[in-house]
Design a protein around this ligand. Structure first.
Ligand SMILES: *[C@@H]1O[C@H](CO)[C@@H](O)[C@H](O)[C@H]1NC(C)=O
Length: 389
């Protein structure tokens, strides 16, 4: 059943999603800044948020725990892409502190885990890899296995689970909270687990991780993509209730795209490449979070922090991974760097105040906020390598 279902799906999605052209309505979709300047802009942006770091709890004043994980991710990826070790000490110390305060990084889900993986990738620190693996093992207890879906039970949940929803198996879905009676399964948690599994498969060669990545990627594919090709948010693991159709957030598509980009490399299965390309093509142009000028408007919040402020950063980071792994598709790479340049130029021209940036990327500039700065970091880091020279 599955190979047929998958190929049918991909054939249908090809019909609506092959346009990789850059919309000419986008605002300033190129830039001519040289590498050294792009590195310096990213470094200045990171240095502007660093004074907010509280080393006692590895969090940045003004944002929460999982948002702080995104700052460490951006710092590690800066070093990875710039070929430097500028933030090695802060990243390694910060992640060690978070891991010691919250076993397996679990203060609501698996958020700091991918920071640990990025840190391992940037610095080769085996202890960070061990933390990522420990967390993977912890989170895998909250995945619906194929056997769980058949039996309608999950060992760490105290309610009968839905084995199928909307005619599709729930195997591969990941409960986002460990609490025994919490029924929510969402795309960000399952997308994070897909991505972490694929990274660990690539790093270790252990097929346990590959199989986990495939199962969760299939759950996303079968249940969480709307008719336009955009990733949805939540399904209830007990009664299949779905989040409102209007709950379309950049990070759900972005994190899944990141996972698919690694998974297609790990498996060599071009069906994942096609799915990745299809989702990227529509997500990059979605009117759900941007106007015809291409500037992302989601999470613009000048006066107060909220969870949604940093979603777009996760989207941009996922697209960067797609770009890095798409050297065989120059149209896709051009679309991604053009999209990031739209955001980059908006931040540098409409939302900047010195080296700090508003969470409203269309402007106007304002005084420093930790959340605005967090949201900008991945754009700055991504510009290091999606542009050339
Ligand atoms: C720029 O930031 C400074 C310091 O936070 C602030 O006092 C100033 O009002 C900001 N400028 C604008 C145009 O918002």
């Amino acid at each position: 059943m599955f190979p047929f279902a998958i190929s049918l799906f991909l054939t249908q999605s090809l019909v609506f999603a092959q346009d990789l052209g850059v919309p000419l309505t986008w605002r300033e979709f190129s830039n001519s800044r040289l590498l050294a300047e792009r590195i310096s802009i990213a470094e200045d942006a990171i240095n502007t948020i660093l004074p907010q770091l509280d080393t006692s709890n590895a969090q940045f004043d003004g944002i929460g725990y999982w948002q702080s994980g995104n700052v460490f991710s951006a710092m590690a990826n800066f070093d990875h892409l710039a070929g430097t070790t500028t933030y090695e000490t802060q990243v390694i110390n910060g992640l060690n502190t978070a891991f010691s305060l919250y076993s397996n990084f679990d203060q609501y889900g698996i958020t700091m885990t991918r920071s640990a993986y990025y840190g391992y990738r940037a610095y080769g620190d085996e202890n960070l890899l061990s933390m990522a693996i420990a967390t993977w093992t912890h989170v895998s207890q909250y995945v619906i296995t194929t056997a769980d879906a058949s039996s309608g039970t999950q060992p760490n949940k105290d309610f009968p689970i839905a084995g199928t929803c909307f005619g599709e198996s729930m195997a591969g879905g990941v409960f986002w909270r460990p609490t025994v009676d919490d029924t929510g399964i969402n795309s960000i948690t399952t997308g994070l687990f897909t991505t972490l599994s694929a990274f660990l498969a690539e790093t270790t060669g252990d097929t346990t991780y590959t199989n986990a990545a495939i199962l969760s990627a299939e759950w996303m594919q079968n249940l969480q993509i709307n008719a336009d090709g955009i990733v949805l948010d939540t399904v209830d693991g007990a009664d299949c209730t779905r989040s409102p159709a209007t709950w379309l957030f950049t990070y759900n598509s972005g994190k899944y795209l990141e996972g698919l980009s690694v998974l297609k490399d790990v498996t060599g299965n071009s069906a994942w490449t096609t799915l990745m390309t299809d989702i990227a093509a529509v997500a990059i142009k979605s009117s759900a979070w941007e106007g015809s000028n291409g500037i992302i408007t989601e999470g613009a919040s000048p006066t107060a922090n909220n969870d949604g402020v940093g979603f777009k950063a996760i989207f941009i980071r996922g697209l960067d991974e797609v770009s890095v792994r798409s050297s065989d598709n120059s149209a896709l790479q051009i679309l991604i760097h053009s999209y990031n340049d739209v955001q980059y130029n908006a931040l540098l021209e409409l939302a900047d105040n010195g080296t700090s940036y508003s969470s409203s990327w269309t402007g106007p500039p304002q005084g420093f906020t930790t959340w605005g700065q967090l949201a900008a970091l991945d754009v700055m880091v991504t510009a290091i390598n999606t542009n050339s020279p």
